[in-house]
Every structure is written in C-alpha cells, then in structure tokens.
Design a protein around this ligand. Structure first.
Ligand code: ZN
Length: 474
C-alpha cells in the first residue's frame, strides 16, 4: 500500500472511533437548579425512571414534567400529577429532529436536542445532561461562541470547536460526562436554532485542524488580538509549534480592538515594589515602569510576566503600553483575551473581506491544515496559497484576489503581513512535504499520541493562574 492510500485508510477509520456516539454535555452547569419544568413542542418523548420504568410515553406539545431533588433522588410530576422518586430520569426520543425545553426556576429557558438525563447532585440541586449527536453539539457551540452574518465565520468556529471537542472528549470523564456547557469547555447555551449556522456547520462536517504530524491541534481563540497574536509560551509556558505569534491587522478597527485603563502613579509603582520586590526608587526602574511600550507584543515588564499583570489588574489583554501623566498612568491597550490562536474579530473581518475559511484558520494556527475525516476522505492540499505557489495548479486570478484581499486588510503594514503569509505558506509546504514521509498508518498509535500530548500539555499547563485561560474565551 502506498503512503497516500495508507493515509486515506487512516482517515476513513478515525470517524468510526470518534463520531460513532453521541456526546454528553452537562447543561446549566453553573446554575443551581432546585426545580425545573420540561416541556415539548413538535417532538415526542418518553420519560424513563432509572433507565427501566416508563414513567410516561408520548409526551408532546401541551405536556409538561416537573422535577425537584429530594434526598439525592429526583421527584417527578407529569402534567401536575406526582409520579414518584427516582435515582435518575431520562427523556428519550426516536425522532431525529426532536428537542425539548428546559425551564429551571430562576434561569432563562433553553432548548436542547435529543435526550436529557437528570439526576440529583445533592438534596438541593439537579444535574442535567444533554445526550446529543456530536454535530448538533458542534452547531450549538458555533451559535454560542461567535456572532456574524456570513456563513464562513460559523464554518471557521465549527471547525475549531469540533477539533477541540475531539481532542478533549475526556475532559469531564471523572464527572461522568464529556463537556460542560460554559467556557471551561465550550459555550453551548442552546440548541442551534439558526438555519444558516446549521448549514454552515454541516458544510464543514468532519473537517478538523491537524498539525504537521497529523495530530488534532489544540485550538484556543480569543476575542481580538489587538493586531498581533501571542506565542503560546508567553501565556501558558509550553511552546506549541502551531501557536505562534503572527501579525494580525485584521483585528484593527473592531469592537474590542483598543482599551484604556487609568491608575494613580503611586498605586502602579507600589504594586511592583510590594508584589514583585522592584526598587521603585531606582530611576531606571521607574522609567521602565512608567514608559513601558509594546509596539510588538512582549512577554514581560521588568521581569514580571504580563499575564500576571493582566490578572492582578483585571486587564482586557497583556498587549498594552504605559503613558505617564505625572500623578496618573494610563494603560493604552490593544485587543481582548489571551491573544493565542485565532482572533475571532480578526476572523470575522477576514470573512467580510472574502478570505477563504481554510486560509483564515491557517493564518492563526501556523502550519496547521484543515483535513476532512470520513467516508469521502481525501488528501487535502495544505492550503490554497501553498498549492498555487508550489504547483501553479490553482486559478492564479483567484489566488491573486486572495493575496490582494490580505494586503487590503493589512494596511498600513500589509507588505509585512504578506511576507508573513508567504513565509507561513513556505513553512506549511515544507511541513507538508516532510510530513508525507513521516505519516504512519497506525491509527491506534496516532490517537494515543494525541492523548499523550494532551495529557502532557494539560499537566504543563496545570498552573492555577492560567488555568482558566486555556479555554475558549470571547
Ligand atoms: Zn468543562
């Protein structure tokens, strides 16, 4: 078997491992639910107690179920009539497009597709777990995590979220489910109700991001890079090859592009004296602290990690300069979020400019490639520009259009970014070429590698300060 066929075979096998099952997502995971009502619309559900007893069948529009916890059990009423206490109850359906409404007391109603499993966390609160088809979950996340009008921004988000989910299937293994529904994992605040988002997610079905070795990548993102993304090691310690700092002028002129924050000069200086033992009576130290600038992203100020400053001063980003006005200092900042990986507002801008979604992903995840897993698996070109540059087999006009769009969006430093893009293209091509000889057809070892890498990274990143940053952030 030649290498290409081996690779295709490997890609054919992955989905049977990863996609076969539904995923369990704990919904309302940050809420304290002492009572909830479940209702239905154009769907039919059965209600099972302890997975065996049928409490009610054919629940549909007009029916409602009320659930409350009592002594670690769930007390069930159907249409106002008490039906008993159970260790768990499950709403199950055979319909493909079924969904139900969850209306907990004190929280806004949401709807979720497929099945729902309810247990008592304790004598006061319920735990709700949505057992949902993987792709429906991905569409729901895309709807929750990003805004926009164009389909491609949801396609971008769906690929990022799908890749993350496939890498992190065991994130809540110890809790008995796969993911929670808040930003600790990925926001999943409702079923996807927008048809355009559903279609965008479906159009990217089975598309994921892989690194040069073919492993699924970690896909952090943030709201706005401020014009330059950050290196992973400057934020989370571990250096990851595809999380490199890139120029990102697409993030200019968006909602979260700039911010300012003002402090008294004394407060600013005393913080460094008290928390970081800097001698603020030394003129050169004072000078650095009061006139610190970042035209390009830096990792530290006087040896203090900017991530620490961001946390201690509750700043939108680490990408700021200090402007000194006598008795006060103003931090003039750029961007919002940790700055690593994809800038959502930059991606939104790129979509508006018509940049193809794969090129957007490759812009932010250096050297990564989008591949499609599944029955129609095929060897994908690493990226449009790469194939055009090396083989000249892609419509040159189209390629030029893309390059022009990139240049347009990157003024006033368009040339630099274009160079960056070319360099990136070269890297991808090189990676792709060396990669072809490295690929293994051993699926099991590959999946294991991904898991080991993930475990290693999560242990490296097991830093309380930064833990919450290693998740999606809007
Ligand atoms: Zn979580």
């Amino acid at each position: 078997m030649n290498k290409r066929n081996a690779y295709i075979l490997m890609m054919l096998l992955i989905p049977t491992v990863v996609f076969a099952d539904k995923v369990k997502v704990r919904v309302f995971s940050t809420a304290n639910i002492a009572y909830t009502k479940i209702s239905f619309e154009n769907s039919t559900y059965s209600l099972l107690g302890d997975n065996v007893d049928t409490i009610a069948a054919n629940l549909t529009k007009g029916d409602f179920v009320e659930l409350t916890p009592f002594a670690k059990e769930v007390v069930v009423s159907v249409n106002g009539e008490k039906r008993g206490n159970f260790e768990s109850v499950s709403f199950v359906t055979n319909q493909d497009d079924a969904y139900l409404y969850i209306s907990p007391k004190g929280y806004k109603q949401r709807s979720y597709e497929d099945d729902l499993h309810v247990t008592a966390l304790n004598s006061k609160h319920l735990q709700l777990i949505n057992n949902v088809e993987f792709e429906k979950y991905v569409a729901g996340v895309a709807q929750s995590e990003i805004y926009g009008k164009h389909a491609d921004i949801f396609r971008v988000q769906a690929i990022i979220s799908r890749t993350w989910a496939m890498r992190n299937m065991e994130k809540h293994k110890a809790d008995g489910y796969n993911f929670c529904d808040n930003v600790h994992c990925q926001a999943y605040y409702n079923r996807c109700i927008r048809e355009d988002i559903k279609l965008a997610a479906q159009s990217s079905v089975n598309e994921v991001l892989v690194d040069a070795d073919g492993n699924l990548i970690e896909t952090p993102f943030h709201s706005n890079s401020g014009g330059q993304t950050a290196n992973s090691e400057d934020v989370w310690k571990s250096e990851i090859e595809y999380l490199r700092s890139v120029k990102d002028t697409f993030s200019y002129g968006m909602k979260q592009s700039v911010w300012t924050k003002e402090f008294s000069t004394d407060k600013w200086l005393n913080y460094f004296a008290k928390n970081h033992k800097l001698n603020i009576n030394d003129e050169s130290v004072r000078n650095e602290l009061l006139n610190f600038t970042q035209d390009e992203r830096k990792a530290k100020i006087m040896g203090v990690p900017l991530t620490t400053i961001r946390k201690d001063w509750n700043l939108k980003s680490t990408f700021f300069s200090v402007v000194y006005y006598g008795d006060k200092v103003v931090l003039e900042g750029k961007g919002y979020g940790h700055g690593v990986g994809l800038s959502q507002e930059g991606a939104i801008r790129m979509v508006e400019l018509g940049v193809p979604y794969k090129d957007i992903l490759v812009h932010y995840y250096t050297g990564a490639r989008v591949v499609r897993l599944g029955a129609e698996a095929e060897m994908q070109e690493p990226m449009l520009l790469a194939s055009a540059t090396t083989e000249g087999n892609v419509d040159d006009d189209f390629t030029n259009d893309v390059m022009n769009m990139i240049t347009m969006a990157t003024e006033p430093v368009g040339v630099a970014v274009e160079d960056e893009k070319k360099k990136e293209t070269k890297t991808v091509v090189e990676a792709e070429n060396s990669n072809k000889s490295k690929r293994s057809s051993d699926l099991a070892s590959r999946m294991l590698n991904t898991k080991n890498q993930l475990a290693e990274e999560s242990s490296k990143n097991n830093n309380v300060d930064n833990e919450n940053d290693w998740v999606y952030e809007w």
